[in-house]
Design a protein around this ligand. Structure first.
Ligand SMILES: [Zn+2]
Length: 257
């Protein structure tokens, strides 16, 4: 039984058929999924889903770089709202939080401040942290170094992150891989999949984004985690059942499930 450690079930793209999506996932062997809050309003919607699907949907809450950008004027108040939310039932992690340099958001120093404030919250609440990073791995590693050893994961691990894989593992973090590993021409990423220690490996879909082969271009669903698991197993020269067992145990331990 697999765990989808990162999906966005609060997306409007699931509004019409979420019951069916979750049933499909269960039929495919995905027993539990963590829906990610990218801001407090989204986290509240995620917590409502955790209540509606007890034991199947869990949730995380954080202020992602897009929310930090939008709410920067009132960031202190937003942080207070987030703190209230972290104690909610079914909330298993703080996230997603991190650095996003691909889009024109806050300057790096301001993004770093927003991230650091939330790392402090995760520490206070004893929660693992789910990290997002695009084009800023050197800065992220520098920020995280003063918090090591860390409990958490770098989600949507990608080719631009591959060179940093060993450094993240060295800080104590897990690496979470999604449908990008099924895309062609991603040899650096596949190298990272092949070499990450088994006890640091996690699987995610990032639904509704990044549908794996053979579903590319469609709305991604948690049920397609099986395609990602099979690809990881192939790259590691392992069996899907072995990868499923290992990654499920890792997720249970990391998120206290
Ligand atoms: Zn996400």
């Amino acid at each position: 039984v697999l765990i989808d450690t990162h999906c966005h079930l609060t997306s409007p793209r699931f509004a019409g058929d979420l019951d069916a999506v979750i049933d499909h996932a269960a039929t495919a062997g995905i027993g539990r999924m963590i829906t990610i809050g990218t801001g407090v309003d989204d986290a509240e919607a995620g917590a409502a889903l955790a209540t509606r699907y007890p034991g199947r949907v869990l949730c995380a809450a954080g202020l992602d770089p897009f929310t930090c950008h939008e709410r920067h004027a009132g960031f202190a108040a937003e942080l207070d709202r987030l703190a209230l939310h972290l104690g909610a039932r079914g909330c298993v992690a703080l996230g997603e939080v991190g650095l996003e340099y691909h889009h024109p958001l806050l300057p790096p120093a301001a993004q770093a401040e927003c991230l650091t404030a939330q790392l402090a919250l995760a520490h206070d609440f004893g929660l693992p942290v789910i990290l997002h990073c695009r084009d800023g791995h050197a800065d992220l590693l520098r920020i995280l170094a003063s918090w090591a050893p860390l409990r958490g994961c770098v989600h949507s691990f990608s080719a631009d992150a591959a060179a940093a894989a060993a450094a993240y593992v060295g800080l104590g973090l897990h690496l979470a891989f999604n449908g990008m590993i099924t895309f062609p021409r991603t040899s650096a990423l596949q190298e990272a999949v092949a070499t990450v220690p088994a006890d640091r490996l996690l699987l995610e879909t990032d639904s509704p984004y990044l549908a794996p082969v053979p579903h590319r271009g469609r709305r991604c669903e948690p049920g397609w985690l099986v395609d990602i698991c099979r690809t990881v197993a192939g790259i590691r020269g392992s069996e899907p059942a072995v990868v499923a067992a290992v990654t499920t145990r890792n997720a249970e331990e990391l998120f206290g499930l």
